[in-house]
Structures are given as structure tokens and as C-alpha cells.
Design a binder for this molecule. Structure first.
Ligand SMILES: NC(=O)c1ccc[n+]([C@@H]2O[C@H](COP(=O)([O-])OP(=O)(O)OC[C@H]3O[C@@H](n4cnc5c(N)ncnc54)[C@H](O)[C@@H]3O)[C@@H](O)[C@H]2O)c1
Length: 248
């Protein structure tokens, strides 16, 4: 049974990743600010599955909070095998509207939060693993590639994750841990609903997706599962665009 840390696992994509990992016999540990939703999920999973999950309240923007959460996770569950760096926010703003407050908030959560998350758990992945089964997976965004989506602050925060991931791919040389990024575009979650409340915008986006539907949190969870498999052990330092063919 693999131990899987999922930041932002209380809802949306992170929640689907946790549920998928449970179905595959692994044990997710949710790190999130949202205790209510996280505990609700865990209660529901306990009724449905024999393997359950744990929740540790943590703020990815707070170094000390992440250090404490990592220590608690290790005390309770031992060595961590999979780290999913998923917590993130997106508030739409054009470049004209964008000011220092929204810029800083987005960078703090999406980029600095990713850095603090990896730092807090890094020692679990630097020790050589014979089975080569360590995995660090960033949930970034197609915005980092296309510049579309929430705006410059969001695209820049996610592009920063790509740089962080690529640097880690060199640092994790010969450890048995791979690191990759999944870059989704539109995935039907609350974040997407907040970003595109108008039906005409949603219709236009739907029209631009060759596969003919929006992505689902389960699509992301399936790709996470594949990257965690032995079959994916040669995929390292890559950005996997998950967009139904919309970009290329
Ligand atoms: N939904 C999409 O269309 C889409 C597309 C591309 C990328 N993404 C990325 O996928 C990830 C998940 O998105 P989602 O759609 O599931 O969003 P969501 O809003 O449904 O869930 C985000 C989760 O992150 C948590 N979170 C926010 N700030 C936090 C903090 N400081 N510390 C700890 N937890 C915090 C929230 O409580 C929430 O549970 C994000 O990084 C997002 O940028 C989403």
C-alpha cells in the first residue's frame, strides 16, 4: 500500500486523485485548509472502501505549517511514496486589472506553495529506492504553455512549477523517484465554474475541444495513476498536456 500525499485534496481534482488512489489500494493523506470537505470525503470513503485516508490541516503558503504537517504525516504513516502537488487557485484578471495583491496571492499559493510542499517531503524521495517507485507529480496548467486561462499571474505561477519540476528532475538523479507535471486545461470543477460562469464562454471553450467534452477530475486522476505505475518509470521531467486535443 503506497502512501500518497495530495495537497488540495479536499475537493475537485485532488479529491478525485485521492478516491482513485484508494480504489487502487493506496492510502492518501490530504493536506488542505478545508477540514470540512476533507473530513466529509474521508467519512464517505470509509463507508465505501476498506482502505481509507487521512487529513492533516495545512497551508501550503506557510513554511512552518508544511514542516509540521510533514512531521505529522511521517509520525503517523512513515515513508511517503507519492507526492501530488495539486493545491492551487485561479482568479481571472486581465493584465490591466492585475495588481500586486492578486499577483502575490497567486504566486504564494501556486508557486511558493509548491516549493514549500516539495521541500517539506523531499527527504522521502532522495534516499535510493530499489523499486524505483517514488513519484512527485505537479498538477500545473495548460495556461503555462498557452498563456490563456486566468491571466498572467496564473500562467506565470504555473510556468514556475514547470521550471521547478525540471530542476528537480536533475536533482533526483538515480534516486528511484520520477518527477513530472500534468498540465490540464479545462477540467469541470468549482475552480472552472468560478473562472467561467457565463454559458457563452463555456460553449466557446467546448467548441474548441476536439474530443468534444470538458475534462473531468477523473481524467487527471487516471493520468496520475499511470505516472505512478511501473510502466511509467521511464517518464521523467515531462510536462503532459491533458486537454482533449485543444492546444495542438
Ligand atoms: N479545474 C481546472 O480547469 C484546472 C485546469 C488546469 C489546472 N488546474 C489546477 O488543478 C489544481 C486543482 O484545481 P481544482 O480545479 O481541483 O481546484 P479546487 O478549487 O476545486 O480545489 C483546490 C483545493 O486547493 C485547496 N487550497 C487552496 N489554497 C490552499 C492552501 N493555501 N493550502 C492548502 N490547500 C489549499 C482548496 O481548499 C481546495 O480544496 C490547481 O492547482 C489548479 O490550478 C485546474
Amino acid at each position: 500500500m503506497k502512501k500518497v500525499i495530495v495537497t488540495g485534496g479536499a475537493k475537485g481534482i485532488g479529491k478525485a486523485i485521492c478516491e482513485d488512489q484508494i480504489k487502487r489500494g493506496n492510502f492518501p493523506i490530504i493536506l488542505d485548509l478545508d477540514k470540512e470537505n476533507a473530513c466529509l470525503n474521508i467519512r464517505r470513503w470509509s463507508d465505501q472502501f476498506s482502505v481509507t485516508a487521512d487529513f492533516i490541516k495545512a497551508d501550503v503558503t506557510d513554511w512552518q505549517s508544511m514542516e509540521t504537517a510533514a512531521a505529522q504525516a511521517e509520525d503517523k504513516h512513515g515513508k511517503i511514496d507519492i507526492l501530488v502537488v495539486n493545491a492551487g487557485v485561479s482568479h481571472r484578471a486581465s493584465f490591466d486589472e492585475l495588481g500586486p495583491k492578486l499577483w502575490q496571492k497567486t504566486i504564494d499559493i501556486n508557486l511558493t506553495g509548491a516549493f514549500f510542499t516539495v521541500k517539506a517531503f523531499y527527504r522521502h524521495f532522495t534516499e535510493y529506492r530499489e523499486e524505483a517507485d517514488g513519484r512527485i507529480i505537479f498538477i500545473t496548467s495548460g495556461s503555462a504553455i498557452t498563456g490563456t486561462g486566468g491571466g498572467a499571474h496564473y500562467a506565470a505561477s504555473k510556468a514556475g512549477n514547470h521550471g521547478l519540476m525540471r530542476a528537480l528532475s536533475k536533482d533526483l538523479k538515480r534516486t528511484g523517484t520520477t518527477v513530472n507535471a500534468i498540465a490540464p486545461r479545462v477540467i469541470a470543477t468549482e475552480l472552472f465554474d468560478d473562472l467561467y460562469p457565463e454559458q457563452k464562454n463555456r460553449d466557446a471553450i467546448l467548441n474548441s475541444i476536439p474530443v468534444g467534452r470538458f475534462g473531468t477530475p477523473e481524467d487527471v486522476a487516471s493520468l496520475v495513476n499511470y505516472l505512478c505505475s511501473e510502466e511509467a518509470s521511464y517518464i521523467h521531467g515531462q510536462i503532459l498536456l491533458l486537454d482533449g486535443g485543444r492546444t495542438y
